[in-house]
Ligand binder design. Sequence first.
Ligand code: FAD
Ligand code: NAP
Length: 496
Amino acid sequence: MGCHKLLLSELKMWTSGRSGWISRLHYGISWRGKASFSSCSPKVCIVGGGPAGFYTAQHLIKARQDAEVDIYERLPVPFGLVRFGVAPDHPEVKNVINTFTQTAKHSRCSFYGNVNVGKDVSVEELQQAYHAVVLSYGAEGNRRMGVPGEDLAGVHSAKDFVGWYNGQPSCRELRPDLNCETAVILGQGNVALDVARILLSPIDILKKTDITQPALEALAESQVRRVLIVGRRGPMQVACTIKELREMVNLPGARPEMVVADFEGVTEALKDLPRPRKRLTELMLKTALEIPGEKEQERRNKASHIWGFRFFRSPVEVLADPDRSRAAGIRLAVNKLEGSGEAARAVLTGEVEDVTCGLVISSIGYKSLPIDPSVPFDSRKAIVPNSMGRVQQAAGVYCSGWLKTGPTGVIGTTMNNSFDTAQSLVEDMNSGTLDVSTGKPGSQSISTLLEKRGVKPVTFADWEKIDNVEIKRGEASGKPREKLLTVEEMLQVART
Ligand code: FAD
Ligand code: NAP
């Protein structure tokens, strides 16, 4: 395959107003119009347009001035959990979108939404078209509790519940029944606290966020007054962080309700805790045990909603109502701890306790799923087995983000692990371990395949049309955006 390298002087034609677009007469133009630089440049494709995908692309583009990077995303819209996971009342977290947008608009990066890898195109086909494939498709499944009654009406995974209030198209039909007084959330991580906060937040706060309109309407009618956040271990093992706990403590209209006995021995153990854990535990102790000052007492007296942690409890069974049609409670096993610190293990005591509730949300973690039989997958750990991001026994295949590490870590953690993967890839290119000396067709051949299969990708410019429509719709109701809720609507706007 011939190599036509774009000269530096030619590169300077890249003007800010029309960045990425050069006269079709002079330069190779790929199928969606962005100029192709050279058939000899290293071509990398990334599967998944979430934080891991964008951070991997960012590092690759920076570290190799000749690399071209294409991001394939299943949905017509980018940004993964930044759009569909991060809580609507945490808009500041979503500022990372600005950095991702810069990457997507870089002359050597292209975004192809509406391409479901594993279905529309296989990983093997991507490997033929590109020098390297980076899998960054996150964790789209959820861990199941594995208890009887888990599939009853009124029981939801946090993944689906969060997807519902954040406008994930696959969760649109969830319509949770909020016509009950008590909700029980299983798990004590930050997702559990996000869900608790959304269930209990005053509607006046939520209506200024980008929460979806159906969720806002359902929450406005919600009868849920009490949310219990249940953990299998103790106060010194909660998985949430102090900022999220503080938000619960200060939540307008809500007061804490803890079980004092759960905190036995905690004050004495404080001095040996590492600093972040110590501060978190101190806040919990203060909330649970201290007699509040006059002002706080008055606030608590007026509160119409209640939240509380319940410790040393594991789910045993979701209890059905007499018709066996929906959840009416949950049976919890009472645990004791064996060992101490982060490594302490929950051990059953043999006792159980029933809690009446009409809504059960299981927030015990997300889970990656295999998307293509040709890619090695560790079903036990639910990750792609890798060493520093290099997928084991699959030369030229890499992974980053939650698919690489498992479903934990904030966006900053995902950024670091994605930079590490990109660095491994760059090292392999530089050392010759990854052969980039022969040309690869990149998106040109994939476009032909997709066209034959009737798949029409959504470009980043198309996403910007969706973005504009959403922002405009939001303006009408004083929200930062009103999200489009179906793939069909998104595609319609993208194609106008
Ligand atoms: P994802 O964000 O899930 O991105 C994966 C992308 O791959 C998605 O866009 C998906 O559509 C796409 N994809 C999936 N399958 C395919 C396929 N077959 N073909 C093509 N594309 C595919 N971190 C913070 O720092 N602050 C927060 O406030 C915060 N809130 C969170 C709230 C929730 C509910 C959750 C679950 C996480 C939160 N996090 C937060 C953590 C943060 O979201 C993650 O660290 C980060 O999103 C992981 O990035 P990722 O790219 O690996 O996965
Ligand atoms: P997580 O932090 O790993 O918490 C999972 C919770 O589920 C833990 O309390 C865990 O208890 C419990 N659990 C796991 N398996 C269980 C089982 N079989 N039975 C009972 N309980 C079980 O996961 P997450 O809350 O889904 O969050 C994922 C990541 O996203 C985290 O890194 C989180 O910080 C991040 N995130 C950040 C924000 C934010 O910054 N605002 C918001 C949301 C999410 P054990 O400890 O006993 O295992």
